[in-house]
Each structure stands twice: as C-alpha cells, then as structure tokens.
Design a protein around this ligand. Structure first.
Ligand code: NAD
Ligand code: WQD
Length: 348
C-alpha cells in the first residue's frame, strides 16, 4: 500500500513510518514541523534504507493536501498531525480546535475529493472521560473530557461516526492510545519535546542525563498502592505496529464492517509513577532524584486499557516489556541529548 502519514516527523508518526516501510509499504509524509524537525525524516531513511517523500504542509491547507492526494496512488491515510499538550489546550482552546478538529476536517474533505477513503485516526484514552470505570473498553460511551485537547479527539471521533454512516465507502478507525513511551531500538528516532516536557518519560530522561535537577512527582497521596498515579505505558514501536494491524483490518476484505471502528492500544497493565522511576534506575543504572509535589490539575488517579478487542480483531498485542521501553527511552536520550538538534547520533 501507499500510505500518507500526516504528522510523520513527530514522535509516533516517525515510528509508524519506519514500521510501514519495514513491512514493504510506500510512505509519503505531510508535516508542518510545528513540533518536530526535518531531521526526523532523514533518520527514518537511515533506519529504513528508503527515505519517504516529504511535504512541509499544514493539514488545514485543503487544496495543497488534495494536490498531494490526487492521482498519487495513495491508498490510505494515517492522521497523527495535531497538537497534544493538555495544559496548553486549556489556555489556547481555539488553536487546539483549529489544528485538531478543523485540521482533521480539512484532511477528510481533501481525501473525499481525491477518492481516498481509508483513514486511521490518532485518538486517545482521554475520550472515555474522567468518570469511566477501569479498565476502559471500546463499548463504553464517549465521555466529556476536562480539557479542549480531549474534547478535540471526541469531536473528531463523532465526525468520523457521522461520515462513515453517511457514506459506506469510508473505512475508518479510531485508535485510542494509552501512554506511549520508549523509542526505536536504533536510538535514531524518539520523543523530542520542545521546552519543558509535559509528559513523564521525557522529564525522567532529562533528569537522568542532568539537564534538569529533579523530577516532581505530581501527587503522592492518591488511592493507589504507593500513592502515585497509575497509567498503561506501552512501547511506541508496539503502538506503531498497531497502526499496520488496523490498516490491515480496514482493507482486508470488502466485507469488513462499515462504520467507525475503535480499538484501544495499550498493554492492559498499570504502572505507577514511582514504579517507572525505580525500574528506570534499575535498567539504566542512572539516578533520578525526585520529590513528591502537589497533584496536577486534571490528572486521574489510575486508568489502563482492556486491550482484548485489538487482540481479537487485529491480532495485535503489545510485546515489549516496561524494561524495554525504559532502556530504549534512555538510549534515545543519551545518544541525542538535545533531541534532533544533537550533532552526534551514534547508536550504542
Ligand atoms: P508529535 O507532536 O510528536 O507529532 C505530531 C506531529 O504533527 C508533529 O510533527 C507536528 O509538527 C505535526 N503537526 C501538528 N499540527 C500540524 C498541522 N496543523 N499540520 C501539519 N502537521 C502538524 O505528537 P505525537 O506524540 O507523535 O502524537 C501524534 C498524535 O497522537 C497526535 O494527534 C496526538 O494527539 C495523538 N496522541 C498522542 C499521545 C501521546 O502520548 N504522545 C497519546 C494519545 C494520542
Ligand atoms: C503520566 C503520569 C502524571 C510528568 C497525557 C494526556 C493523554 C495522552 C498522554 C495524548 C501522570 C505523572 C508527569 C511529571 C509526574 N496524550 N507526571 N511528573 O497525563 O497520563 O496523559 O499524555 O493523548 O491524553 O492527558 O501522561 O506523561 O503527562 O503523565 O509525576 O513531570 O506521570 O501526574 O500520573 P498523562 P503524562
């Protein structure tokens, strides 16, 4: 297949491009580089032996997208492009609805016009809302998120339900990610946050390498075994492979069910923040000083996936261990102390 990957210079998109190329697919990337570097495209090429076609383009530019899609032989689109910082979305809701909702709408319109109607969307566990019981299952209703980022994901899922209902030629999937961490084992691509990281793992690795003094653990008095929050962390390479499995399921046969299909991509296992810190120290030998800080607004105490639907329908399951995830995150950080701005990129 020829797959258009929007946001393919970003963290999950780059790993997915690598897996697509490894499976023999052709890849074209569209990214406006608002949260990534063109260097990531070269690194995808270094790992894969083939550098994907790349267009620096905003997904809100419908005519430009249409020009990429039209007559290109592109069979399917995986849509990663969007903004993802929860706290920022509270301050800048319009930017989030514009990039994530209007951006997705623009892409779907361009696809429809070009006759490309197979679509995989980067959704999130956040769509279940704060009141859902754990583990999260796909047959639970969409909730209302406590922030614009989460609501933008819910809005796009609703848009896809309506689109698939109106036109049965569409084949679409919403992949609800839990907490992706880790990096490609080559150490060549990984998560490269700009400024102070919001997410746990980049913060941990930046503390371990000495770029930050200590980790603030947000809350030590939750009703969890060690008082810190529990999440379902999964290796980004497993997550990337979930996209190939979803594409296979959408395109396997013409009898595949119409309508938006949703799959959780998680391990089904919960890990606390303290367990992350301790396991990271054990597998890397690096030290991570931390202090218990006040709770972060909007954090849920504990959630994880029921991943059984993906196992049953996609024959997908996460195979990497927590140790693999943390070792690979550390390899990426130590080989690229300044992310893609680092000058050396030898692998261990
Ligand atoms: P990322 O920021 O590394 O990648 C997103 C990419 O999209 C970046 O390269 C950015 O430059 C690009 N982009 C953003 N807006 C764009 C636009 N308007 N036009 C073109 N390109 C644009 O983020 P990621 O972690 O790789 O996340 C990818 C997707 O997965 C996002 O939609 C995110 O919301 C979703 N997701 C991520 C997580 C996570 O924990 N990382 C969890 C659940 C869902
Ligand atoms: C994980 C745990 C923090 C940083 C968010 C989005 C979610 C998804 C993934 C996109 C929490 C704790 C963190 C730190 C800490 N993104 N933590 N100190 O909040 O589960 O999910 O990113 O869809 O939608 O909400 O991930 O990595 O921010 O936090 O103690 O400096 O680590 O409190 O318990 P989260 P995270």
């Amino acid at each position: 297949m020829h797959v258009l990957v929007t946001g393919g210079a970003g963290y999950i998109g780059a790993h997915t491009a690598v897996e697509l190329l490894a499976a023999g697919h052709q890849v074209t990337i569209v990214d406006n580089l608002c949260n990534s570097h063109a260097e990531a495209i070269d690194r995808i090429g270094a790992i894969s032996g083939t550098t994907p076609a790349f267009f620096r383009m905003d997904v809100r530019d419908t005519p430009a997208l249409q020009a990429v899609l039209q007559g290109s032989g592109i069979d399917a689109v995986i849509h990663f492009a969007g903004l993802k910082a929860v706290g920022e979305s509270v301050r800048l809701p319009l930017a989030y609805y514009d990039n994530n909702v209007a951006g997705s709408l623009s892409l779907l319109k361009a696809m429809d016009a070009a006759g490309v109607r197979t679509f995989v969307f980067s959704s999130s566990a956040t769509v279940y809302g704060p009141d859902a019981p754990v583990p999260y299952r796909e047959d639970m209703p969409l909730g209302t998120a406590s922030n614009p980022y989460g609501n933008s994901k819910i809005m796009v899922e609703r848009m896809l339900v309506d689109l698939c209902r109106a036109d049965t030629r569409w084949r679409a999937a919403a992949l609800r990610y839990f907490n992706p961490i880790g990096a490609h084992p080559s150490g060549l691509i990984g998560e490269d946050p700009q400024g102070i990281p919001n997410n746990l793992l980049p913060f941990v690795t930046q503390v371990a390498i000495g770029q930050r003094e200590e980790l603030a653990i947000f809350g030590g008095d939750y009703e969890t075994p060690d008082g810190t929050c529990i999440r379902d962390y999964l290796h980004v390479v497993d997550l990337a492979r979930g996209h190939l499995a979803a594409l296979d399921a959408l395109t396997a046969d013409h009898d595949s069910p119409a309508g938006l299909r949703a799959w959780n991509l998680g391990t089904g296992r919960g890990t606390s923040v303290l367990e992350i810190v301790r396991t990271f120290e054990a597998v890397t030998g690096a030290h991570v000083p931390y202090r218990i800080a006040p709770r972060r607004d909007g954090d849920l105490p504990a959630f994880w996936a029921d991943p059984s639907l993906a196992k049953q329908e996609l024959q997908w399951r996460a195979t990497h261990t927590l140790e693999d995830m943390l070792r690979d995150a550390w390899r990426w950080q130590s080989n690229n102390p300044d992310g893609y701005n680092s000058t050396t990129h030898s692998s261990h």
